[in-house]
Design a protein around this ligand. Structure first.
Ligand code: CTP
Length: 479
């Protein structure tokens, strides 16, 4: 362990901070994520430093002195008693040790000067409350009054104080407990978990932005389903993501049930993780069946159906993104498009894989076609191996065909060679129905392989279609 600590504090920066603290007659500690990640062997460039003594401004004073020594600009947040600066690759944040108490209706703490232990006891989890001494007389000493190291070894998320206090101090910590359990694949200690269930309603006072930051870390984890399952088991899911909670459960009519769409969704999400780091493709996996509860119907002949769930689901995406404080830009549009198209490759592979169906899929998916295929492959969660193999083989065929047709016809991002403007100009028309009919006719003929994707052929077809509409080209001088 000593060797690990020595390595973690090997950069001269740590000795420098200790020397400043010694000169000022205060104590400095590295604390929190940096200490935790040292033992987890995770890279970490954010360092939190707590300064004991010198009042609540003690951290700021040490930061300013360090800033002068290393010639780096210090950002001071006097209201919070914190200061931040960059030193080489490090982002270092200083704070004075504090004793915090909170009022029940707000998460703004009342802050007073405190001891090191006061500071540690007010942190979220034991594994985040460990510190390294940086002064001359305790450099590299592990200060761990709440058994963080033991919990680290037992892979446990536990609060330093009784969990009701820790969570009511800052209810976001309930979400953070689930985030750390997912990210690190740790367990949440049962008392701590019971307190999340008890205090879950308090999440209502936390801003959606702060929750979103934690949810993103869950989505980037090696097994994000764990986080969503824990949200469900703790009762938080209903509060922070009701649309997902509605996917849960199985209904049975005349002995026929449908699959539990929540469990299916989590499988799809875990399936896609090893295939992609793309955050928004992971979101598409999480949301691909989000429209199912609204479209569920029982039919005496067909059994359970979810007709049009991809359309309903894609329409739900903007409101979900707005609520979850996810970006309302092309990333939202991307998820929406993938949800909308997620059934297409399956339907295509169930029929005969015709060139024309493949061209249409390419046309609609454009550059997102490979990711759409990845989503569809992840969507196969049947327990029946033969079925899985059949689907995957069909998808392989679809992928081969996609490649062939793309090479031949360049349909991806294709714009029909005859535009609406050309049609309007040629026949002296304002925007009207006939223009739409001709344009659509040309597009379909190209996608169906009736004419090549070329100007001459498309122009000739325009002439035939226009004649059928009773249109004659106008002469140049008439225009
Ligand atoms: N902390 C806390 N309660 C919070 C947020 C943070 O007690 N709601 C404390 C913890 O000691 C934590 C430290 O502040 O270790 C730094 O928080 P943050 O930078 O948000 O997280 P890290 O623990 O550094 O983890 P990560 O880098 O994975 O976000």
């Amino acid at each position: 362990m000593e060797a690990t600590i020595r390595k973690a504090l090997g950069d001269p920066l740590f000795r420098r901070i200790g020397a400043i603290a010694d000169r000022r007659g205060v104590q400095a500690y590295a604390i929190g994520g940096y200490v935790r990640d040292t033992f987890l062997l995770r890279p970490c460039t954010d360092i939190d430093i707590v300064v004991v003594g010198g009042g609540t401004g003690g951290g700021i004073a040490v930061a300013e002195e360090l800033g002068r020594e290393v010639r780096s600009r210090v950002n001071v947040f006097r209201n919070f008693g914190t200061a931040m600066l960059r030193v080489g690759e490090w982002e270092v944040e200083f704070v004075g040790a504090r004793r915090e108490s909170y009022r029940a209706d707000s998460r703004k703490p009342i802050v007073e000067d405190g001891t090191m232990e006061d500071d540690q006891r007010r942190r979220d989890f034991t594994i985040n409350a460990m510190a390294f001494g940086l002064n001359g007389d305790n450099f590299g000493e592990l200060v761990d009054p709440f058994g963080g190291m033991e919990d680290m070894e037992a892979q446990l998320i536990r609060t330093p104080l009784d969990p009701d206090t820790t969570f009511s101090d800052d209810p976001l910590r309930m979400v953070r407990a689930i985030r750390f359990a997912t990210q690190l694949d740790f367990r949440i200690e049962p008392e701590t978990f019971a307190a999340i269930r008890r205090n879950r309603e308090r999440i209502g006072i936390i801003s959606r932005e702060r929750i979103a930051t934690e949810v993103e870390k869950i989505m980037r984890s090696p097994r994000p389903s764990k986080g969503w399952r824990l949200f469900d088991e703790s009762g938080l899911l209903e509060l922070i993501f009701p649309q997902l909670a509605r996917l849960k459960g199985v209904e049975t009519v005349r002995g026929r049930g449908h699959k539990d769409n929540f469990l299916h969704t989590l499988k799809v999400l875990d399936n896609i993780v090893p295939r992609t780091d793309h955050l928004w493709l992971r979101w598409a996996a999480l949301l691909h069946d989000i429209g199912k509860p609204r479209t569920k119907a029982w039919d005496d002949r067909a059994g359970w159906t979810f007709h049009g769930h991809e359309v309903v689901g894609s329409k739900m995406i903007p409101a979900i993104f707005r609520e979850q404080k996810l970006p309302m830009d092309e990333r939202m549009k991307y998820v929406q498009k993938l949800v909308f198209l997620h059934l297409r490759p399956i339907i295509l592979s169930e029929d005969e894989v015709t060139d024309s169906a493949v061209r249409r899929l390419l046309f609609e998916a454009g550059d997102d076609i490979d990711e759409l295929m990845t989503l569809c492959e992840a969507d196969i969660t049947s327990g029946n191996d033969a079925k899985v193999r059949r689907y995957l083989a069909n998808f392989a065929l679809v992928r081969r065909k996609l490649k062939e047709i793309e090479e031949k016809d360049h349909i991806r991002n294709f714009q029909p060679p005859i535009t609406g403007e050309i049609i309007m100009e040629t026949y002296g028309l304002p925007p009207c129905r006939a223009v739409g009919v001709i344009k659509e006719g040309i597009k379909n003929a190209i996608l169906d392989g009736e004419i090549p994707n070329e100007y001459e052929a498309a122009y000739a077809l325009m002439e035939r279609l226009a004649a059928a509409e009773g249109l004659a080209p106008c002469r140049r001088d008439e225009q």
